[in-house]
Ligand binder design. Structure first.
Ligand code: ATP
Length: 220
């Protein structure tokens, strides 16, 4: 395995990153941190997993097919990135613990690392079976360099208990990684489009073209 924050782990052939989200639509705020995590941890791949039915928020506005296609277009020139449709194919509520268990079955030789922004981590102690998630994977919490971690009781306590400077185990640890974070949100893009504002420079050009071709997010 190449030199990485993971170098001390024995008996692990490779490390696979998981980037889950609604991707409604995917944007540079998802893509750039994913690349930086991939490089910092020398991951063998980063799997983008569009959620089918979120359990902690409302249904995405666009169909799973459109959201998957936009991810595919966004990542097609990045060889270590791939689209993983397992939550969409599974249907029903998308529990991350089920997704990780199924990845563990498919990639028995790999350690899994689930990336999430600090905003998502603040709610992590309320996720379905978060203990099960940590029994299957490590977490990488990405944030803007210099930004402080949440001072919300449960997330902070979990971080204190599990945070490490260097991942040394295949699961159960939390790494806090400063990345170039772009203040872009899918909400902002959807709101812009509904007011006929172009999403250019917030997401890849091919995704902007797809949105335009299919008239996604525009007012009907
Ligand atoms: P929405 O605005 O619809 O809530 P979003 O832009 O936050 O969407 P999601 O697909 O819900 O995107 O995000 C999934 C993951 O991506 C979360 O872990 C979140 O922290 C992370 N993320 C989203 N936007 C950014 C960003 N600008 N920088 C870093 N991480 C981000």
């Amino acid at each position: 395995m190449p030199e990485s924050i993971y170098q001390k782990i024995g008996q692990v052939e490779r490390v696979i990153g998981i980037n889950g989200g609604t991707f409604d639509p995917v944007h540079f705020g998802h893509l750039r941190p994913a690349l930086e995590v991939t490089e910092a941890l020398a991951l063998s791949q980063m799997r983008f997993v569009p959620v089918y039915q979120p359990v902690h928020r409302g249904q995405p506005g666009q169909s799973a097919q459109h959201r998957c296609r936009m991810v595919e277009l966004a990542i097609e020139r990045q060889p270590l990135f791939c689209l993983d449709r397992r939550e969409v194919d599974r249907g029903g509520p998308s529990y991350m613990v089920d997704t990780l268990a199924s990845l563990k079955t498919d990639f028995a030789d790999a350690a899994l690392v689930l990336m999430m922004g600090m905003d998502a981590f603040a709610h992590f102690p309320h996720w379905h079976d978060w203990q099960g998630i940590l029994a299957l994977a490590n977490l990488v919490v990405t944030h803007r360099p210099g930004q402080t971690l949440p001072e919300d009781g449960e997330a902070e306590a979990l971080l204190e208990a599990r945070q490490v400077d260097c991942l040394t185990q295949p699961q159960g640890q939390i790494l806090d990684l400063g990345v170039t974070q772009l203040a872009i949100s899918a909400t902002q893009i959807r709101q812009g489009l509904s007011a006929h504002h172009a999403p250019d420079f917030l997401l890849p050009e091919r995704v902007a073209d797809y949105i335009q071709t299919h008239q996604l997010y525009y007012p009907s």
